[in-house]
Design a protein around this ligand. Sequence first.
Ligand code: NAI
Length: 690
Amino acid sequence: MIDPNSASWREETDAAGILWLTLDRPHQSVNTLASPVLEELAAILSRCAVKPPKGVVVRSGKKSGFVVGADVKEFTTLKTLEEARALVQRGHRTLDALESLPCPTVALIEGSALGGGLELALACRYRVGIDDDRLVLGLPEVLLGIHPGFGGTVRAVRTIGALAALELMLTGRNVKGRKTRELGLIDRLAKDEPTAVSAARDLIASDPGARRASFAARLLSLAPLRPLVRRKLIAQVSRKVRREHYPAPYAIIDLWARYGARGSRAFAAEADSIAALAATPTARNLIRVFMLQDALKAQSKDGAAALGRIHVIGAGVMGADIAALCAVRGLEVTLQDREQIFIDQALVRVRADLEKKMRDPEKRAAAIGRLCGDLAGAGVGDADLVIEAIVEDVEAKRALYAAIEPRLKAGALLATNTSSIRLETLASGLDDPSRLVGVHFFNPVAQMPLVEIVHTPLTSATSIATAIAFARKLDKLPLPCRSAPGFVVNRVLAPYMQEAMHAAREGFSADEIDRAATDFGMPVGPVELSDMVGLDVCRHVGEIVSRELGRPQPDFSVLDAKLAAGQRGRKSGGGFYLWRDGKVVRDASTRVPMPGVATTPDPRARADLQDRLALIFVNECVAVWREGLVGSADLVDAGVIFGSGFAPFRGGPLHYARERGFEACTSRLQELASRYGERFTPDAGWMQLR
Ligand code: NAI
């Protein structure tokens, strides 16, 4: 028997004989399809099968939305393949029972129906969605290294056709608002709850029959065509990820190609496939990354309410984008620079950018309306938070602070976007250093998820909490860290990118170096990354980080030769690669030659290259952990994954080291140190990690 106090489902039968099943998991902010929820549902459905109601409507009792998916945490507790299969099969049996009820069934969707939530809805005969901003449907399992496992790989194809369903599953993307109906995931869109309720009643009364993919779409699932489509899809996926790193998208294609979403074997194969995937290190690590992301998100939101007005100083690359993001997220923003021309240029750029990104003209106009140029800096005195993003120059920043500090509102925060200056240096001239905090965004601001929240011993707890709340308000992932050279992300990237330069000097080509890193799982190699960041910036940050850490200056000869030739990377159209329209031109004939390199690396050097790049990176992460720059090893992993893109399927640099074995890592580092130099000496932190 289910204890009514812990019941997740409420059952109400109305006068028309329709059973309204409302999912409202107790003590949870969102609904997930955890095992107890499915068990309860199975019990209700078996009663319905014996004595069917007129119809069944499944809906959510949560304001937060319909159902956000299966319970990811349950996947982390699975020990064997059998356990995984049993978990998935329970879901299958329950949703099969829902689909096979003799009466019409409707999912009434308000807000998000993701993963298992959408699978639940697809097992209903009809779906009604409430058409507002919050209506979001998707099958994002692939992002966790798995695929839909409650019949979704089959039902999605049947409902919307193979191409649309495969695209949804392979990208894991969300479908919002009206698009849900255009795609065929939703049968009826309703403007509000009462209308949705009557649409559900109407569908039950008329029972027009479940939607099926169009004839043309069904043709594609015929056996003779499937191998052709499969080949095309595999080619597309393999351009993005490799099977050995990310097996799930390949499994999605293979499942469909073998069974065409037909018959009970398609369901059984889905269960086997997801059970096997759930046991892979990739899935375990991607689920870990998902939970790390949740942990960053869950940091205090206190103080967000106090933020209404933001003043940004410096309308360059970073300042303009930060100002735009604040305006998009509903904050009133003033943007200051030295001269009106810089403000005007920034506003033109930001507006053009928002034209592309924000489709809704009203929302776009409102965002643009919230962002005002402010040459005189009138906004300083009204702002709850002033962000400085002027040139990276200590004296310029200190002079600016001296001028604005007396005008700051009581309790206002002073934030700097500096990427390499120690906060202590900037705080030393302030009357009240407790209000200075680093809010270090990465470039490009709109895309990079991480923001380092940098503090000194003098920064107040309130300032840190407010800065965290600010980052969350912008939907960024805040990483609180102590002020130190390069903070966390630039600190760990510096030796890795310098190692790429060492390799370049030894005669490795840019492509070879980058391939060693992407073979490891990095999204882009260090040479391409250097081009993206800008070779001048790389040199500058590399120099500062080494100097402040008291290390010998790296050999910058390769970078200097490039810079002397005016090749600064993507922004100048060429660095180590040629760039066109923001992308590398991967054509051997256009390759930019390495300056002053005559040698060819020997086979042993080739065999070492990947470990040189990976382990020098990991070694620096160990140092960051040992120095306590962030709160825990998990936070080091989270920060480095979201700040640098470190191979997510490896679960983070320290997690990777743990899985490879600390002993194995340190002995390999020692070997590399004897061959290539002291920079590979294992950090003292390895001893404490063991
Ligand atoms: P930028 O050179 O594009 O823009 C700086 C702007 O500040 C210019 O428009 C300049 O006219 C203005 N400015 C200079 N002194 C000023 C003053 N006293 N008052 C008002 N405006 C002044 O520089 P960028 O790249 O946007 O960098 C800004 C800050 O962000 C720097 O501290 C940099 O280290 C940091 N940063 C830069 C990143 C990047 O990739 N560009 C990434 C992360 C941080």
